[in-house]
Write a protein that binds this ligand. Structure first.
Ligand SMILES: Cc1cc2nc3c(=O)[nH]c(=O)nc-3n(C[C@H](O)[C@H](O)[C@H](O)COP(=O)(O)O)c2cc1C
Length: 209
């Protein structure tokens, strides 16, 4: 039995295009993989520790092989717990809106907590950085108000896909399956058709995922 983790990054719930497409993905996935477990992590209610001074010191202690103070140990324990929870899945689905050309801050906060030395990646002067979250596919459902796939200038402004592939690649992911829902801020009939096409794509991808 595999475990699929679905991370949801839009606060718009029933009005969200990314969530509507992700729900279609999950429906199709559950039908095709009836024995698998699906966990939803709603990043708008999931408790995350602050990544503050003590946590940053703890991170650098790990990188430099130094011991933690009591406060740093507490901070690092919380970070480890979030990473351990994340890394326990076999497959991942992320759904996210584009916000100011990038990703919503709740998802960025999540990455700032889990992307840690000795947990998500290792470093050695000989081999550089090595991601440790390996052999796990990720399905990525991106919603954006505008259109970014159409020409080089708009593509360059798309830091949403670029960031997700960079950060997930940094921690070891190599298999990305992307569904782009755009433009969602268009005439109602057009956005309806855009979401419907993305849902059909999501259902097909999920059956094979
Ligand atoms: C804070 C905020 C920033 C946004 N920034 C962008 C942007 O930079 N580019 C864009 O095309 N759309 C932008 N949008 C529009 C959303 O990407 C679009 O409405 C998308 O469908 C949201 O996904 P959701 O429906 O799943 O929440 C922004 C929306 C919000 C609320």
């Amino acid at each position: 039995m595999a475990k699929l983790m679905y991370l949801e990054a839009s606060p718009r719930k029933e009005r969200s295009s990314s969530i509507a497409v992700a729900q279609e993905f999950l429906k199709s996935y559950a039908a095709a993989h009836p024995g698998d477990a699906i966990e939803t992590v709603d990043l708008w209610s999931f408790p995350l520790p602050e990544f503050d001074g003590a946590a940053i010191n703890a991170k650098y202690n790990v990188m430099h092989g130094l011991p933690h103070s009591a406060a740093e140990e507490v901070a690092w324990k919380e970070v480890r717990a979030v990473f351990t929870h994340f890394s326990a899945a076999d497959k991942y689905v992320f759904s996210l809106p584009m916000w100011n050309f990038g990703i919503p801050y709740k998802l960025k906060h999540f990455f700032d907590v889990i992307v840690q030395p000795g947990l998500a990646f290792n470093f050695s002067p000989e081999t550089g950085y090595t991601g440790l979250v390996t052999n796990k596919p990720a399905a990525l459902i991106y919603a954006r108000g505008g259109e970014y796939s159409s020409n080089a200038a708009s593509k360059a402004a798309d830091l949403q896909i670029a960031y997700m592939e960079l950060i997930l690649g940094f921690i070891g992911f190599t298999q990305f399956h992307s569904i782009v829902v755009e433009p969602t801020l268009s005439a109602p009939e057009q956005s309806k058709a855009t979401v419907a096409a993305a849902k059909a794509q999501a259902a097909r991808l999920a059956a094979e995922f």
